[in-house]
Design a protein around this ligand. Structure first.
Ligand SMILES: Nc1ncnc2c1ncn2[C@@H]1O[C@H](COP(=O)(O)OS(=O)(=O)O)[C@@H](OP(=O)(O)O)[C@H]1O
Ligand SMILES: Nc1ncnc2c1ncn2[C@@H]1O[C@H](COP(=O)(O)OP(=O)(O)O)[C@@H](O)[C@H]1O
Length: 870
């Protein structure tokens, strides 16, 4: 329960810390009550930093109105109250909410949907999802290690589901243990109801409205998501009695509440009621004995029997499934047994499900690998094993399915086990057990199968219940990635929020802030609303530091005596997800813990053959390919090798233009050269160089198709500026390709490198005080954006020389278009290689409509204004 709470708090904080206009939806239901409680805890001791949005559907019930007013007064947050759009007909449908939100300029919405509800915003309004494991109709972005891609594309709203991992049972137990106030309609009372087919509907309580068909009954309302709500007859007038009623489907939990140990038979409602109502029952007794569910990942190929296996496993224990989700998407299944809880993520076999495999594998304790006895180890099985190993999974159970369908079962089983063990050995995975089963008929799942007398090992169930994780090698030093900082107000210390990645922290602990290296001491710790003496890994906390003036999101607090490593070049393993290939030297956004930096792959050392694992040479990386790379970040990262810390060693790569998550990686180690090269401070600075030349240096970047007029215009402008006494230099694609870049061709990867080099050269020249005119096709937005980031604001001037392809072909100054059309030149821009026009250039010149002189005058005006001495 505490893990669920901490995870949800971390999600809420990420949402608020990384998006400009977040809001939280609230309605009178119990899930909203839990979400609001979690959000208040997330930012305690400060008030909620985001507004709450309530859609008023005109629900007139006096009990509900009173509850709503109390909650609004107590929340300590800004409320936005909007009438529910008329189309909603009194009920808060996700569809109507989404439509209403799209007009509000909101960047992110926190929803209270649970994973087991199967309700979610409709596909039409889901643009980007920032949670894992919730069944959603759009492809979710993979979020391993709680690394959420919070970059919406323009016009998109992020939809965030902090309760995605919660079941209804979790919500009720949490409400009880935290003393959260819920709407009184959830509790039984005498109320007016109307029969509607087989069930009751709550009726308008105004006496004058009571028609003959109404009657008074002792009822409670199980859900407020529809209006008027369904009412069920009940005697649960208190929360304790209510819990006994609603938790009746969860016998094991009820028995735990009675302190009678575990078992699987249903508790009688009488004793369960006593237990729940009993004043001696402390909140902690209500929580399951095992705080954190064992996370299992079930992988196998399509149609290999994953669902059948879960069905067979679930026979004999309570199963909670996130129902109602789209059929093709997996949703977590929770199995509750006497010994522990299992949260099972079923990962579809097809390659498109890789994001789900990654998200589940990054946090899984144990993998169940399903192998079909008839088909054996497929390429998919091997690839999955490689990914499990990369993400640090250690243990797996191999289940050889459909053992009942083959003749030479014993031999086949032995051969398959040996093959998988060989594979596991090369990947450093431990095969905990190999078990022959039939998922359909249940052989060797709960009871030993008479059909496999040659197998003497445990049943799958025995293996699962007997599995214990390998002990942690060593106690890790304290690490806390800073999620959010509440700036100190005069006379108050700053409060720092985050989830402890490693180790523990206590009041008075000496900590260091990385990467700055400043030292300070912990003055106070809060876990939720409670001031505590100490906290440990996994807990979401708030810290007050003795001196936190320099602190910001992305910093990492570490134990002063054992600081983490800081570097900007690494060797890493990278799994590429995007359909567009990875291009070395292209810039991506890298997110590691709460740090966001620009990064590029500087060398693709080798790609792994998915079948054999052999190291293959590669110039780019395609979807689902795994590689070992060198990585450079633009600013230093606080990190740990993934082997020692998943939280500080796992990262995602985001495409800065598409905003998609394009890669998932793990850091092996920092490259030594990263620490051995230092920036040499020079005495003559750029300002003095520029002053000497009586000008303001800048980079005029001409981009456009071949033949658009870049060289012509850059040349003429250069002459005019030179004549006026400006110090200039022209870097022309054709010329630079004769020298510095003569090793490069016209593939996407080569063009990326071409632009990287020329951008770096242009930067040096601007540093030297020159006005640099760069005339390169530079067809990709991504690289032009990268070039822009090398310069100070205002220094990079993008000039789009816009000439339609037909006009360029007509001009065909160098006869290259004719050759390209004849198939003599490959990858020719505009013909069989793309050109991505600038979206917001500083200058847009349409050369087909304007003559050379006209264009030149406009250019000169801009150049003189930007380069005038300051
Ligand atoms: N396949 C192909 N595609 C595009 N251009 C080609 C190609 N092959 C040769 N050329 C000639 O190379 C010049 C473009 O080089 P750049 O360095 O500007 O290209 S890029 O920025 O790396 O895309 C370009 O010069 P400009 O016509 O001045 O643009 C061409 O003359
Ligand atoms: N408005 C214009 N601006 C620039 N060039 C033009 C214009 N109108 C016609 N042209 C002609 O188009 C051709 C462009 O060739 P070039 O400058 O070599 O293009 P690029 O460097 O983009 O490949 C030249 O022959 C130039 O005279």
């Amino acid at each position: 329960m505490q893990t669920l709470e901490s995870e949800s708090i971390a999600i809420i904080r990420e949402a608020v810390a990384t998006t400009p206009r977040p809001i939280m939806l609230w309605a009178e239901g119990k899930d909203s009550a839990v979400l609001l409680h979690l959000a208040r805890k997330a930012f305690y001791p400060h008030p909620l930093p985001l507004p709450l949005l309530y859609f008023d559907g005109g629900r007139q019930d006096p009990e509900l109105t009173r509850y709503r007013s109390q909650q609004m007064a107590a929340a300590g947050a800004e409320w936005i109250i909007q009438p529910l759009p008329s189309a909603a007909q009194g009920t808060v449908h996700p569809e109507t909410i989404c439509t209403a939100l799209s007009h509000q300029g909101v960047g992110l919405v926190l929803w209270g949907f649970r994973g087991d509800e199967g309700r979610h915003p409709p596909a039409s309004c889901i643009h980007a999802i920032f949670t894992q494991d919730l069944p959603v109709p759009a492809a979710p972005r993979p979020a391993p290690w709680g690394l959420y891609n919070t970059h919406p594309r323009p016009g998109e709203i992020l939809h965030v589901f902090p309760l995605a991992q919660w079941t209804e049972r979790d919500v009720w137990l949490y409400i009880k243990s935290e003393g959260i106030s819920i709407a009184p309609l959830y509790l039984a009372a005498e109320r007016w109801v109307a029969r509607n087919g087989s069930h009751w509907l709550l009726a308008d309580p105004q006496p004058q409205a009571q028609a003959e068909h109404l009657e008074q009954r002792r009822v409670r309302v199980p859900t407020l998501s529809t209006w008027p709500p369904v009412a069920v007859e009940s005697h649960a007038q208190t929360l304790g009695l209510l819990l006994a009623e609603v938790l009746r489907p969860y016998p094991v939990v009820l028995e735990a509440m009675q302190g009678q140990g575990a078992g699987m038979q249903a508790a009688t409602s009488r004793s369960a009621t006593d237990a729940a109502e009993g004043h001696h029952t402390s909140p902690t007794q209500l929580w399951p004995a095992q705080d954190r569910a064992l996370r299992l990942i079930l992988c196998g190929n399509v149609h290999e029997g994953k669902s059948a296996l879960i069905e067979s496993l679930a026979a004999g224990c309570k199963r909670l499934h996130a129902g109602g989700g789209a059929a093709h998407l997996s949703s977590p299944t929770l199995l509750i047994t006497g010994r522990r809880h299992y949260r099972i993520a079923e990962v579809p076999g097809h390659p498109q499900a890789l994001p789900e495999l990654i998200a589940a594998a990054a946090t899984a304790d144990l993998a169940l690998v399903l192998v079909d006895a008839r088909t054996g180890l497929s390429l998919q099985t091997r690839q999955q094993a490689r990914i499990l190993a990369m993400l640090g999974l250690k243990d797996l159970i191999v289940v050889v399915n459909r053992i009942d369908l083959i003749d030479d079962a014993a031999e086949r089983f032995t051969a398959l086990c040996a093959a998988y063990r060989d594979l596991a050995l090369t990947l450093d995975l431990r095969v905990y057990e190999s078990i022959p089963i039939s998922a359909l008929t249940g052989d060797n799942i709960h009871t030993p199968s008479p059909r496999t007398p040659w197998y003497t090992g445990p049943t799958l169930w025995e293996a699962l219940e007997g599995w214990v994780s390998a002990p942690q090698d060593e106690v890790q030093a304290f690490r806390l990635p800073v999620q959010w900082v509440k700036d100190s107000e005069p006379g108050q210390a700053a409060v720092v929020y985050g989830r402890i990645a490693e180790g523990q922290v206590g009041n008075g602990t000496a900590v260091r802030i990385l990467p700055s290296g400043l030292s300070t001491r912990v003055a106070a710790i809060w876990r939720g609303f409670a001031a505590v003496e100490s906290a440990r890994a996994g807990e979401a906390i708030a810290l007050c530091l003795a001196d936190a003036s320099e602190l910001k999101r992305g910093d990492v607090l570490v134990a002063a005596e054992a600081p983490a490593e800081v570097a900007d070049q690494f060797e890493a393993r990278l799994l590429w997800l995007d359909t567009h290939p990875l291009i070395p030297e292209r810039q991506y956004l890298l997110k590691l813990a709460t740090q966001d930096v620009r990064a590029s792959v500087t060398a693709l050392k080798y790609r792994e053959d998915p079948d054999t694992g052999a190291h293959l040479a590669a110039r780019t990386l395609n979807t689902n390919e795994l590689a070992t790379v060198n990585l450079a970040t633009q600013s230093p990262l606080v990190f740990a090798p993934y082997q020692t810390s998943r939280q500080l060693g796992g990262f995602i790569l985001i495409d800065p233009l598409k905003h998609e998550t394009v890669g998932v990686g793990t850091i092996d180690f920092a490259l030594r050269r990263a620490t051995n090269i230092h920036w040499q401070a020079l005495q003559v600075d750029r300002l003095s160089r520029a002053r000497l030349k009586h000008q303001t240096p800048c980079c005029l970047w001409f981009t456009g198709l071949s033949g658009s007029g870049k060289s012509t215009l850059a040349n003429l402008l250069d002459q005019r500026l030179h004549a006026l006494g400006r110090h200039t230099y022209v870097l022309d694609g054709d010329n630079v390709r004769h020298g510095l870049n003569r090793d490069l061709g016209f593939t996407e990867a080569d063009r990326v490198e071409n632009i990287r080099r020329v951008a770096e050269v242009a930067k040096l020249m601007v540093d030297a005080g020159l006005i640099v005119l760069v005339s390169f096709i530079s067809p990709f937005r991504s690289e032009r954006q990268m070039a822009r980031t090398l310069f100070s604001p205002g220094e990079f001037i993008e000039i789009y020389v816009d000439t339609p392809l037909e006009e360029c072909e007509r001009r065909d100054v160098k006869g290259l278009y004719a050759k390209a059309r004849a198939g003599l030149i490959k990858n020719f821009t505009g013909i069989d290689s793309p050109y991505e026009p600038p979206e917001a250039p500083e200058l847009h010149l349409r050369t087909a409509e304007r003559g050379v002189d006209d264009c030149l005058e406009t250019l000169l005006g801009l150049a003189l204004e930007r380069t005038a001495p300051r």
